[in-house]
Design a protein. Structure first.
Length: 222
């Protein structure tokens, strides 16, 4: 990989990891949505820097990722936010400072132990093993899982799912030949279905309970 492309990719990976921390401490839901959208755009550019030479498959993947993750999903969630009328995550199960510390510890462990993973050399180019793809993928997936499990609002949990999938997408950048476009687009389709289902959940929670807190689901009886 060209040295300039290598440095540009590492810079985008660092930006993506920093956005994880901002999302963790963002109590304003609109701000969190915009941050996740920016992260979607950032990782959408990465395939252009990882793959040597531009072909239609890479350009299509990159363009589709930027549009879906960076534009379509944020607009969809902003619309849901206007419908529910709640603008902040006021009482998360895990406080913002402990969540930030947990995320920082997880990122540190990812940076320390990512080089020990038994990656298959036929699927990973040697020039990719040394940079930040693996730790960025692991830390992003971990922080997405933390957001998903420690937030009460359904819309915030949807953001956690998006961040988690961003981590999976970053890890998929390693699989240059083993992960064809069909599988990559399949991941985006699964993500679309999940966000669509969460949108329906948010709508029904808001109508039934005048809140989008998922804890109210425990009040439902057969």
């Amino acid at each position: 990989m060209d040295h300039a492309f290598h440095e540009s990719l590492d810079l985008l990976l660092v930006v993506s990891m920093l956005l994880n921390f901002f999302v963790l401490v963002a109590s304003n839901l609109r701000t969190a949505i915009y941050l996740v959208g920016i992260q979607g755009m950032v990782i959408g550019i990465m395939p252009l820097l990882v793959h040597q030479g531009l072909d239609a498959r890479v350009v299509l993947l990159s363009l589709g990722t930027v549009v879906i993750k960076g534009v379509f999903f944020p607009r969809m969630l902003i619309f849901a936010l206007r419908e529910i009328g709640f603008q902040r995550e006021l009482s998360p199960l895990l406080g913002y400072i402990p969540a930030l510390m947990f995320g920082a510890a997880g990122t540190g462990l990812a940076l320390a132990f990512s080089s020990t993973l038994p990656l298959l050399k036929e699927h990973v180019r040697p020039d990719q093993v040394g940079h930040l793809i693996v730790p960025a993928a692991l830390s992003t997936a971990l922080i997405g899982y933390v957001i998903l499990c420690t937030r009460r609002r359904a819309i915030t949990q949807t953001l956690g799912y998006l961040v988690l999938e961003n981590g999976i997408f970053i890890f998929g950048l390693l699989l240059v030949e083993a992960m064809p476009l069909l599988i990559e687009l399949g991941v985006l389709l699964d993500l679309f279905v999940a966000v669509f289902v969460m949108g329906i959940t948010i709508q029904h929670l808001t109508r039934g309970f005048e809140s989008d807190s998922t804890q109210l689901l425990s009040a439902l009886k057969e």
